[in-house]
Design a protein around this ligand. Sequence first.
Ligand code: BGC
Length: 732
Amino acid sequence: MFLRLVAALLFCGFASLANAQQAVGWKTGREAAAIERKVDALLGKMTLEEKVGQLHLSGRGEGFDIEQVRNGRMGAVMNFVVPAEIRQVQEAVRQTRLKIPLIIGLDAVHGFSTYFPLPLGQAASWNPQLIEQAAYWTGREASAAGVNWTFAPMVDMSRDPRWGRVLEGAGEDVHLASIVAAARTRGYQRGGVAASVKHFVGYGAGEAGRDYNSTWIPLSQLHDLHLPPFKAAFEAGAMTAMAAFNALNGMPATAHRGMLTDLLRGQWGFRGFVTSDFGSITELRLHGIAKDDAEAARKALLAGIDMDMMGDVFHKHLAGEVKAGRVPMKALDEAVRRVLRVKFHLGLFERPDVDVAAAPALMQTQEARDVARQIAREGVILLKNERETLPIASAVKSVAVIGAMAVPEDERVWTDPAGLGRRVVQPLPDALREQLPADVAVTYEPAFTKNCGTVFKDKDAALRAAAAADLVVAMLGEDCEFMGEGASRTDLGLPGVQQELLEALVATGKPVVLVLATGRPLVLSWADKHVAAIVQTFHGGTEGRAAIADVLAGKVNPSGRVPMSFPRSVGQIPVYYDQLPTGRPQKIRQRYESIYMDEANEALYPFGFGLSYSRFGYANPRVERERVALNAAAEIAVDVTNQGTRDGQEVVQLYVRQPVASRSRPLRQLKGFEKIFLKAGETRTVRFRLEGRALGVHDDAGRYQLDPGMVEVYLGGSSQAQANTRFELTKP
Ligand code: BGC
């Protein structure tokens, strides 16, 4: 028996190893040169149809034709998550003439089997190491199931919370977003899946926050705001990219040669392949730049799209376009070369088929769940905490948890690894019972029929439970169809009947803690005035509710910080911290200042903001040298003290402003941050190194421009940081 057990364990161990993929990424030097030779040799053997096949990406589900795989007419598949099914398509490849492995893609946006917080919630942790770990475990689990490519990270910059996809990004700031983009890229690829950084480019700037809408982005802003996170992801080794749906300055991104070829390949030297977005090639007809699919296919390929996701137009028309001489064979070869190159660099030709039996053991491992718990904790933002309502005081003997969202229904966004592994998602009432002393009664009333909060189930029962408790924890927010792709909103209040419930709960007179799980910053002006405490999360994933309980009970001191400003009203949008100055700044709020008659200018909760159960003080902001050459670096230091009685983490943020330069510079710009842990009473000196060459901006022609002059530096725990110092940036 014992021996059988040992044998079984060993078997498990070996089996796991077969699926535990190695890190993937670009090979260098001789290996890379050898790959180029292999690519050329393979290309030389391919028929026109086989070449086109490599550019055809088709997805699981209706219409999927495995014969196309068997005939060498398909280069990539998507949305396969069940290892046994992946195995089938891999086996179909063995029947092809050239046996070119498939690239197998999936939107593993915030997890595969273990769910981490939505990307915006990960960014709220301001902890790049943890963010990288979350992507790593996502990559590992996905690759253990046979996936080798993920459509992530999304690095689109957006200042418009009306857009439903802000949840996939890292918020409004380019510095934070670039760091997150690089961390996520590294993590995915270390975990064994190629990253596809998306959506190139400008998708987050859709006019009026409407999904898929056109964007108008001046070159200076394109280079200062929208492109840097892509650049950061490529520098971190991203092997593929996805083009965007939108038109950028009048040219659909899927046919934008200036971006896809001149900039990406020409200036940045990107060697991987670019896929279209879902059907975005055939949509070129609807954009009005192609009369039919053949022309759409031709325009996309010639602009620099290498792979057609779910559009079936490369598959149907490219061979004909080549034969008719409208697409040069050279252009087709170049696209195929890029796809094959990635496949070789990924090591797909040597990778064994997925080990179906081994996959489940690699899902939701304790290590992955530990990371999920930690990042979910660190992403919790305490927005308001009147009279220390939180952490829950020892005098509180009963807590009423209200809201269907407190008990998970479905934590998935896109991926569903069909029965793989456990899907442990602890309900909030259970998690609270675990964290609070045994004599605290925790009751639960869903109030709504579903998580979405659109229909009441039993409002009165919820109000009775609230009235009977010492403290009310209302978990509300956005779920179901209210967030994500195709979920633009013009009203950023709580969806459905949730506001009605919230007001009724407050009317009971009991202190209300509003716990939010949303996909975007909502307008919380009413809640800010009336509830005792507000805890913001962006759907924390598998460990999300446990992490909320950790914070409510005081086991964890909240350390999340706002990654995207919370507007006071929709009319303020776009509201973001790094605005340019105007000639009519707000001074005394009188007419002819740049203000609203009926609303403040400032965000309700600004970028970088977040409360803690401690207070952090900043002292002695200082620069090493008062004059710093443009090609040198400024050394900046500040002493940070935990002035509270609890240990905790602080996000020390550094902002700069150049008050006089050749172009207007933002009032503040984040240029550095560090998340530190301080014991109660402890002081630490935090040091930053600020490269002079990082302080430039792009001009109207997209040229980078550095200006000598005074640089003001602000240090603190939000974009309203007060401690300051300055230095003079000088010509080298
Ligand atoms: C989205 C992409 C996604 C793709 C595949 C599209 O609608 O825009 O981000 O990767 O679908 O699911």
